[in-house]
Design a binder for this molecule. Structure first.
Ligand code: KIV
Ligand code: ZN
Length: 504
């Protein structure tokens, strides 16, 4: 079959590089929900995790491998036998599977981190690819810190791993150091210097430390890269990775000039971004390209006037193209269970009967308080149901009182294994009192690192969306909660963080 050199493959590593961010700790159920949405979005490869790192990661990768059929499911492994064997075990039931193995190739990392020689690294890389190849046909190899590696050594390693059976060679800018001109040239030079690279998929993996991850990936595409690795919302180690939604929309919007395309269903971009943000707890910065709240909001009078007369005056992308519909009013007060179930199925959520009933009651409650209910509101409720599905403690009731001359006081009632625990506390404010009452009821001490509240939609009746970062037993953990009442949303977020810490 002829290979279309203009088709760019997207490799999503939200569940691996993205999950390395402090505070993110996704359950298997949450990871599966994200993987299923990534499949609907049309990514070509899902890196589902790093199975050797924990039993939880192993289980999540194998569940995704069993259930998500269309994309290739990749598992990460260092260039050591135990990692490769564990990765192979995790993906053995996938319809399309890949082992992604890596080793550092820059002298600084070889000497100071691996404490080995270049020759050792070369042998380990070859052995790792051969071992991975004994399990699966599709093997990806990454020379970590490639952009700071010696060029000739990098060429030797790439040549050797392709000879050993690697089907994809991925060039990572691990520390986000490259500039677009340099990175594009590196890809072109490697393809020229290592003839075997013409027979495999050349991939790139860029970090965003200098804010150039997307620009670097694009420069690589224009110099022969066929696969781009990245994440939704640009999540990832430190400043993150290339945001895949940006690559997809660059190639879609500027396709005529660039001559490249992806198989992404762009209408799924917004929903994917919201799901990832809802479940990881990482809110999207408002001015983020493509998926930020302000990405399609025109505030200057001249721009608004222009867009009203002709959208193209100031808008290069039709918001509908990324799944933002103009009229998103979807269900009302009178909608019944059946309509609600059908609608949430169309949003791609899979809830069991109890979760569905609970989500429906919350929807009815919201419909009493809020004039217009949109998909974004319903998704926030559904994500909250997924987040709280395997909670150890659940919040049954909260009562808060305060006033100008009254000490803020909160009472919470939690349930754990059928047992009810009720505690009261005072605090500096209502949120503080609620969190202290939860601290007493759970017996879990967390130090508050950050607190953020925003609204899910516009209007005074909007649902509040609270993200709380706690440090529990020295580890950061993020919690999120939504409600039309921000004190309740805060209590839910605080309890969500505690539940996550308890299940790590
Ligand atoms: O940044 C990096 O080098 C990585 C590798 C595992 C590809 O994440
Ligand atoms: Zn990375």
């Amino acid at each position: 079959m002829a290979v279309d050199k203009n088709r760019i493959y997207l490799f999503d590593t939200t569940l691996r590089d993205g999950e390395q961010l402090p505070g993110i700790s996704l359950s298997t159920r949450e990871k599966l929900e994200i993987a299923e949405q990534l499949a609907r979005l049309g990514v070509d490869v899902i890196e589902a995790g790093f199975p050797i790192t924990s039993q939880g990661d192993f289980e999540a990768v194998s569940t995704i491998a069993k259930k998500v059929r269309e994309p290739i499911i990749a598992a990460l492994a260092r260039a050591v036998d135990a990692d490769i064997d564990r990765a192979a075990e995790a993906i053995k039931e996938a319809e399309h599977s890949r082992i992604h193995t890596f080793i550092m190739t820059s002298d600084i990392q070889i000497e100071h981190q691996l404490r080995k020689t270049r020759d050792d690294v070369l042998k380990m890389a070859v052995h790792a690819v051969e071992r991975a190849k004994s399990y699966v046909e599709d093997v990806e190899f990454s020379p970590m810190d490639a952009t700071r590696s010696d060029f000739d050594f990098l060429c030797r390693v790439l040549d050797a791993v392709i000879e050993s059976g690697a089907t994809v060679v991925n060039i990572p800018d691990t520390v986000g150091y490259a500039t677009p001109g340099e990175f594009g040239k590196l890809i072109a030079d490697l393809i020229n210097a290592v003839p075997a690279m013409k027979d495999v998929v050349v991939s790139v993996h860029c970090h965003n430390d200098l804010g150039m991850a997307t620009a670097n990936a694009l420069a690589a595409i224009m110099n022969g890269a066929m696969q781009v690795e990245g994440t939704i919302n640009g999540l990832g180690e430190r400043a993150g990775n290339t945001a895949l939604e940006e690559i997809a929309m660059i190639l879609d919007t500027r396709g005529k000039t660039l001559g490249k395309y992806t198989n992404i269903r762009t209408e799924e971009i917004s929903r994917t971004s919201r799901l990832v943000s809802n479940l990881t707890g990482y809110q999207v910065q408002p001015n983020k390209a493509i998926v930020g709240r302000n990405a399609f909001a025109h505030s200057s009078g001249i721009h608004q006037d222009g867009v009203l007369k002709e959208r193209l005056t100031f808008e290069i992308i039709d918001p509908k193209k990324v799944g933002i519909s103009e009229s998103s009013l979807i269900l009302g007060k009178t909608s019944g269970r059946h309509a609600f179930r059908k609608h949430i199925e169309s949003l791609g959520y899979q809830l069991d009967d109890d979760e569905l009933e609970s989500a429906f009651l919350r929807f009815k409650d919201l419909a009493d308080k809020k004039a217009e209910i949109t998909d974004v509101d319903v998704e926030a409720i559904l994500a909250d149901e997924v987040r709280t599905a395997s909670n150890i403690f659940t919040l049954e009731y909260i009562h808060v009182s305060s006033g100008t001359d009254t000490m803020p006081t909160a009472t919470v009632r939690l349930r754990k294994n059928g047992k009810v625990i009720e505690k009261t506390s005072t605090g500096d404010g209502q949120v503080d009192a609620a969190c202290k009452a939860i601290k007493r009821a759970t017996g879990v001490k967390g130090q508050l690192i950050s607190y953020n509240v925003s609204s899910i939609t516009e209007g005074l009746d909007a649902q509040g969306d609270v993200t709380i970062q706690l440090e529990i037993d020295g580890k950061p953990v993020l919690g999120r909660g939504v409600s039309t009442d921000i004190i309740e949303a805060s209590a839910k977020a605080y309890l969500n963080a505690i539940n996550k810490a308890l299940s790590i």
